[in-house]
Design a protein around this ligand. Structure first.
Ligand SMILES: Nc1ncnc2c1ncn2[C@@H]1O[C@H](COP(=O)(O)OP(=O)(O)OP(=O)(O)O)[C@@H](O)[C@H]1O
Ligand SMILES: [Mg+2]
Length: 544
């Protein structure tokens, strides 16, 4: 074995470094847009082909680069944004490492065309796999246009990690949406081949940008957040507790113009909503934090996606409080509508299915038995008493006598020996599930027309997931019709006629089920839909 140490050549170093910065087409788009923002652009146009792997372009009207800078820009550690590490304490730009362009150049065929306002002509530099192949004068408008072709053409192992073109395009539109939300005064346009996926007006109004991304109706319903505490300003928009999603993807945090991912902020926001929204649902929010740059460190994540706050506890507390106050001021009471007759009968199957829950107290042995089901909705029982063999599942409920109801949520039953505490919603959900499955068996796969077609305004990401699964969904009985930019009519569903708000249920379905890493089979899709319908139509009583 040759163990002699050698220093890697520059190209190899850049290709390895690129792995950190450039994970997929959306990370390239992110770096290029951030450069455009740093260059003072007012208008940023992005074009992708398929998922951006073969072709993507970002064009800005920013201040451009001189020919000398253009040659330097693609070299590692070349940046105009900081001079020393001290500058990070008061950083006003998104970039600071001088790593993005050389990393992209190392793993693609790159062209940068740029012209500064003071120059008559511009220049184009072309780089392939890290090597400059041409440098020429060229006529062009002021600003910079970066075109990236054949991403990862020389690093096939990386290319293998890419997902389908639709998924990659979805990730790009999700990213552009968030960057547009962080920069309401910049107009963003994202096109995929000839389709306009996103357009934001760039007139400086965040609610207008939210409307461009999530639809006008959603934007109209959101609550304004605006709180100031010493050097911290918290602003943005929040969903009212009635407007929730089942995926946490709809939270955007912006710190001094930078879109960041943060567990801390996610949790703080959820804490603000605590008890106001149902478990397993997520609020929907764009939170804009403004604070001195010295209050956090940006140099902690290779793709600059996360930042580290100095005083995390205090920040979380302030955010939770601001959200709580805003929600309570505008929505003091949560209404519960009783959709069904609250009397139900419980057959034997109640405990043996998805999400069944219940508890029993053995009065002689003084032990508490809790019956529940696991996350995968596979029927099973857990006993918390010392010996699980007291727990009988078969025929359990047939021998029960109802004693009454507790907190409007639980049925209290007895078999004269044990006390059973049954979660009514879970039990009813199970009943509905059985009913729907039986109905499906009897009638086969059919489309059930909705009384009124439901209008769906989808985000670019949701749309790409929908389109990717359209055929499968149609074969199950969904009838979905495109009628405008990211707008669809939902006309029929496979089961569950007379659903309330089928549109929002269908959106949840898209987010939850279809966004899974591997595409579910059609039986699985159908099962999940029935499950969601059952959950939605089951009796729901809450302690308010
Ligand atoms: N669209 C653009 N308009 C004007 N100048 C640009 C543009 N893109 C890049 N540059 C110049 O090229 C330099 C290198 O860009 P690059 O993205 O590689 O590094 P950076 O932005 O300084 O830091 P980071 O690696 O954190 O993004 C920038 O510092 C900037 O001076
Ligand atoms: Mg940069």
């Amino acid at each position: 074995l040759n163990q002699k140490i050698e220093i890697l050549d520059e190209l190899c170093v850049n290709q390895i470094a690129a792995g950190e910065v450039v994970e997929r087409p959306s990370s390239v788009v992110k770096e290029l847009i951030e450069n455009a923002i740093d260059a003072g652009a007012r208008k940023i146009e992005i074009i992708i082909e398929r998922g951006g792997e073969s072709y993507l372009q970002v064009k800005d009207d920013g201040y451009g680069m001189s020919s000398a800078d253009l040659e330097l820009a693609i070299l590692p550690h070349a940046t105009s944004k900081i001079k020393s590490i001290e500058d990070l304490k008061h950083l006003e730009t998104l970039g600071f490492r001088g790593e993005a362009l050389p990393s992209i150049a190392a793993v693609s065929k790159l062209s940068i065309i740029s012209r500064q306002a003071t120059e008559i002509g511009g220049h184009e530099i072309r780089v392939e796999g890290g090597k400059v192949v041409s440098f020429t004068e060229i006529g062009c408008p002021q600003g910079t246009t970066v075109t990236v072709k054949d991403l990862f053409y020389n690093t096939p192992a990386r290319r293998k990690f890419l997902r389908s073109a639709n998924t990659e395009a979805g990730l790009i539109s999700d990213l552009v949406s968030r960057l547009a939300l962080a920069n309401p005064n910049i107009s963003f346009s994202l096109r995929r081949s000839k389709n306009q996926l996103l357009y934001s007006p760039g007139k400086g109004n965040l609610r207008d940008t939210i409307a461009a991304v999530y639809g006008a109706e959603t934007a109209r319903q959101m609550l304004e957040l605006s709180v100031e505490k010493r050097d911290l300003r918290i602003s943005g928009y929040l969903s009212s507790p009635n407007l929730v999603r089942s995926s946490r993807n709809s939270l955007t945090f912006i710190v001094n113009g930078r879109v960041v991912r943060s567990q801390l902020l996610n949790q703080a926001l959820r804490d603000g909503y605590h008890t106001l929204i149902p478990a397993k649902t997520y609020p929907f929010a764009v939170v804009v934090l403004t604070m001195p740059a010295s209050n956090y460190d940006v140099n902690v994540h290779p793709a600059k996606l996360e930042i580290k706050f100095n005083n995390e506890k205090n920040l979380a507390f302030e955010l939770t409080t601001a959200i709580r106050q805003t929600l309570l001021q505008t929505h003091p009471v949560r209404s519960t509508i009783l959709e069904q007759d609250p009397y139900i009968t419980l057959p034997e199957s109640t405990l043996n299915g998805p999400k069944s829950q219940g508890a029993s107290i053995d009065s002689q042995n003084l032990s508490l038995n809790i019956c529940t089901a696991n996350e995968n909705k596979i029927p099973f029982l857990v006993s918390e008493s010392a010996d699980p063999s007291p727990v009988k599942t078969q025929g359990l409920f047939q021998e029960l006598r109802a004693l009454g109801q507790l907190f409007n949520m639980y049925l209290l039953c007895t078999d004269d020996k044990n006390l059973y505490v049954i979660d009514q919603h879970a039990a009813h959900e199970r009943l509905r599930y059985d009913e729907l499955t039986a109905q499906l068996k009897e009638q086969g796969l059919t489309s059930q027309m909705l009384l009124f077609p439901e209008v769906l305004e989808l985000t670019p990401h949701e749309e790409s997931i929908l389109l990717e699964n359209l055929e499968e969904l149609q074969s199950l009985g969904f009838i979905i019709e495109n009628y405008g930019a990211r707008a669809y009519f939902l006309r029929a569903v496979p089961t569950g006629r007379n659903l309330r708000e089928p549109g929002s249920l269908f959106r949840e379905f898209i987010a939850e089920v279809l966004a899974k890493s591997r595409l579910p089979s059609s039986e699985k899709l159908l099962e999940e839909w029935i499950y969601m319908v059952a959950c939605r139509t089951a009796l729901k009583l809450t302690l308010d």
